[in-house]
Design a protein around this ligand. Structure first.
Ligand code: GFB
Length: 316
């Protein structure tokens, strides 16, 4: 589908990890009418304000990347916020988009919507086929509702709302808050600070045995824009690198890139979460899309960005 580069595109959540990558990439491709609002300017938890914004701006394309997100600890500390805020924001945006006839919307889901113990790699067909991982069930249930909203609007109201399921993402504008972040930014920060202090060891949560798949966020943005430009407005698509790594191996890889030379020790009092979460990405590869950034290259890019913003990150 040929999309006019002047089409009005709304990126909800443009200051976050995925939203900021989408804006970077869209701008790089020459899209010139991208609209964004900070939380202060537009509270997406507020239905009337969201409707008002859509009525005034009437975007043609929407990326719904605004969400309450966090790692394993944040999910268990703030279950109410994770389910409530995500349900509310996605419902407000999807309904408002429908009211002003948005042509195409992309809903950001998550790989944690799949059953905890489903076969690996995880195919889109395993959706709703078994019980969820408990450590992030409220978040997963909200995201499942978002996918069903998109599917039901498409089926009953003729919309074009596609859902994407990213694996664990990392890159610029990630959260480096050790209590709330995901594992990869946490390991970058821990290794960097341990190196600066001259520590002999760095502590990694859990057993180090779970496996995770990691995707550099620019590849995620690339996949979403690929679907928009192809005119794919229905269904759900796993987005990942197609390979995974144990948390223990990941910690060693991060230490090598950051040049932390001490030992890596495991704090088994911290939770492991789901044992493995490798996405089957054949649906996207059949369409002709593939991730471009290897894990080692992506970590090096993320660490370079961390160093550029070190003062702000470490003081927050
Ligand atoms: O990235 P993470 O917090 O979330 O943790 P999930 C992944 C694994 O890394 C777990 C281990 O086994 C953690 O115990 N880990 C080791 C650490 N050291 C650390 C550390 O310093 N910080 C963190 N955070 N983890 C999330 C969900 O699950 O995945 C979200 O909670 C979302 O809802 C996201 O779906 C994609 O991969 O377990």
């Amino acid at each position: 589908m040929q999309i006019n580069k002047k089409s009005k595109i709304y990126v909800a959540g443009h200051r976050g990890l995925v939203g900021s990558a989408l804006v970077r990439q869209l701008e790089g491709l020459g899209y010139s009418n991208i609209i964004c609002r900070t939380r202060k300017e537009l509270d997406l938890l507020n239905q009337a304000a969201t409707n008002n914004f859509f009525n005034i701006e009437k975007p043609e394309y929407v990326f719904l990347a605004a969400a309450k997100v966090g790692g394993i600890m944040a999910n268990s500390t703030y279950p109410a916020e994770f389910i409530y805020e995500n349900l509310q924001v996605q419902t407000n945006v999807i309904q408002a988009a429908y009211q002003v006839n948005v042509k195409w919307l992309c809903f950001l889901g998550s790989s944690c919507i799949y059953p905890r113990d489903c076969p690996q790699p995880i195919m889109e067909e395993y959706f709703l086929s078994g019980p969820l991982e408990k450590s992030n069930e409220p978040y997963a249930v909200a995201k499942i509702a978002g996918i069903e909203l998109c599917n039901s609007f498409n089926q009953g109201l003729g919309t074009n709302y596609v859902s994407v399921m990213p694996t664990n993402l990392y890159g610029p504008n990630d959260s480096y808050n050790l209590e709330e972040s995901h594992v990869l930014p946490a390991l970058i920060r821990k290794a960097h600070e341990a190196k600066l202090r001259g520590d002999h060891e760095m502590v990694v949560w859990g057993s180090g045995e779970p496996f995770r798949e990691f995707l550099y966020v620019d590849d995620m943005a690339d996949a979403c824009i690929f679907l928009m430009e192809k005119g794919i407005g229905r269904g759900m698509f796993n987005i990942g690198l197609g390979e995974d790594i144990s948390i223990g191996q990941l910690a060693h890889l991060v230490a090598e890139i950051v040049e932390f030379k001490g030992a890596i020790v495991f704090d088994r009092t911290k939770p492991d979460g789901t044992p493995r979460k490798l996405l089957d990405v054949s649906r996207m590869s059949e369409l002709g899309w593939k991730a471009k950034t290897s894990l080692a290259d992506g970590i090096a890019l993320a660490y370079a960005d961390f160093l550029r913003n070190e003062n702000a990150i470490l003081s927050s």
